[in-house]
Design a protein around this ligand. Structure first.
Ligand code: SF4
Length: 456
């Protein structure tokens, strides 16, 4: 069996499954957020009754993160609806925006967008927050009401996005009927060269198979090249499995996974036991390819298709209006470090926005020094508009006052993951997806730029 088949067989209580089987799967964690949470709760109450209790109050994780730092009152209200439900159900893991359990969330526009407005429990973008807060464990099944839930496949678990109806059902029963996906095999060999990042791996893979090339399939990443990838790198790759239509992305378990998960689960006092799955010799794949990491170049996925891949060099004459670094794909500490390495001591010529994915990343950037400057100060000195209000921000557009949102038809190079029309705001704006390094280099020149031009 493939890694995904092994995970689903275990979660279904069966000795084995194969692609195409329909199986009832037990969930280990259900995650929801401010956009889909209220809808999921509505389905749960409608189907199970107004006084029903969730299947397991310790297995539901609620992370408001999408439309948070906005004056839009309906968006603010969604956070309050989550809080009310958490109180009613006594749910253990709720990463609220505010500290007052009886309060109401209201964004204060008079304080501006730059200074933090969240309380001590807020955790930021769900897919980055889940691992940081100790909710991703090898061998488990994670369902989330968000398509990029597949990010957690980096931790050797089956993680996939589901809709509100399915999530309402999981909330009540802890189970879901799933068809076992076929598996596509991406064997990674070699090592990324300077200026090339994990984002380039996944842009390459999607470019090879197309934006629908993995529809309802698992993308399995293994091979000797994985060892050189950090957990952040693996998350970046797994995150965009959905951009090829994938059901999930999955990595092998190794010492790095173990170290990360053990540290995070202990730190947060979450469940510490887990059982990884390992590769079999006789796995059956529907597609197999080798990705030579040494040969990869900085890539860009052109608007409006994440599979429309070109090298940054090829696009060199394409003029841009804006640069953006952030999101569950490109807003991690390691992403900002790579970005900062390139813009350090220089000035961006584009309107450039930086949105860390989580408060912990804000803290990392504000407490890590290069000489006498923090990384945060390096970025600000280079002209990057950095907000402390970690979250999804303009990655998916959001209300009109969202930080970094494109309210006019601009061309943006972005470290995010999706570039469909209107994704980051105005429906005629254009989004070019690239690594943080390529976004940084492009922000310095005003046009798509291969970051290797700035490496000394
Ligand atoms: S950062 Fe973007 S892709 Fe990630 S969860 Fe938020 S909106 Fe979705």
């Amino acid at each position: 069996m493939t890694l995904t088949e092994k995970l689903l067989a275990r979660a279904a209580g069966k000795p084995g499954v194969q692609a195409g089987d329909n199986v009832w799967v037990n969930a280990d964690v259900l995650m929801t957020h401010d956009v889909c949470g209220p809808g999921t709760i509505g389905v749960f109450k409608r189907e199970f009754g107004p006084t029903a209790k969730v299947w397991d109050r310790q297995k539901i994780v609620i992370t408001p993160d999408h439309y948070i730092f906005t004056s839009d009152s309906k968006s603010n209200r969604n956070v309050d609806l989550l809080r009310e439900f958490v109180k009613e159900q006594d749910i253990t893991y709720f990463y609220d925006v505010i500290d007052d359990r009886n309060g109401a969330w209201k964004f204060d526009a008079s304080k501006g967008q730059f200074v933090r407005q969240f309380g001590s429990r807020y955790a930021g973008v769900c897919h980055s927050a889940l691992p940081q807060k100790g909710h991703t464990r090898p061998g488990e099944v994670l369902f989330g009401t968000d398509s990029h839930t597949c990010t957690a496949g980096a931790f050797n678990e089956f993680a996939t996005g589901i809709g509100n109806t399915d999530a309402g059902f999981v909330m009540g029963t802890g189970k879901l009927l799933l068809k076992v996906p076929e598996t596509m095999h991406f064997r990674l060999e070699g090592r990324l060269q300077p200026g090339v990042m994990a984002k380039d791996i996944i842009l390459h893979c999607i470019g090879e198979i197309g934006f629908d090339g993995a529809t309802y399939r698992a993308l399995q990443f293994d091979g000797p090249g994985v060892a050189s990838l950090s957990m952040d790198d693996r998350m970046t790759v797994a995150n965009m499995a959905i951009e090829a239509g994938g059901k999930n992305g999955i990595f092998e378990f190794d010492a790095k996974t173990e170290e990360f998960v053990n540290y995070r689960t202990r730190l947060n006092c979450t469940k510490q036991s887990y059982e990884p799955v390992t590769c079999d010799k006789n796995e059956k794949f529907v597609y197999e390819t080798v990705v030579d990491l040494d040969q990869l170049e900085p890539l860009v996925a052109c608007h409006p298709d994440p599979g429309q891949r070109k090298t940054a060099k090829e696009l060199g004459s394409l003029k841009l209006d804006r640069a953006y670094i952030g999101s569950c794909t490109g807003g991690k500490t390691s992403d900002f470090l790579e970005f900062a390495r390139i813009v350090r001591g220089k000035k961006v010529v584009l309107d450039t926005f930086g949105v860390p994915a989580t408060p912990e990343i804000v803290r990392d950037l504000q407490t890590t020094y290069w000489g006498d400057q923090t990384i945060w100060q390096v970025l600000v000195a280079a002209g990057v508009q950095m907000t402390e209000n970690a979250g999804c921000a303009a990655c998916l557009g959001g209300p009109v006052d969202t930080f970094g949102r494109m309210n006019t038809p601009l061309k943006c190079i972005s470290a995010t993951n999706r570039n469909f029309p209107g994704r980051m705001g105005h429906k005629e704006s254009q989004v070019f997806l690239a690594s943080p390094a390529t976004v940084a280099a492009s922000a310095l020149t005003g046009q798509v730029t291969d970051p290797r031009a700035f490496l000394s």
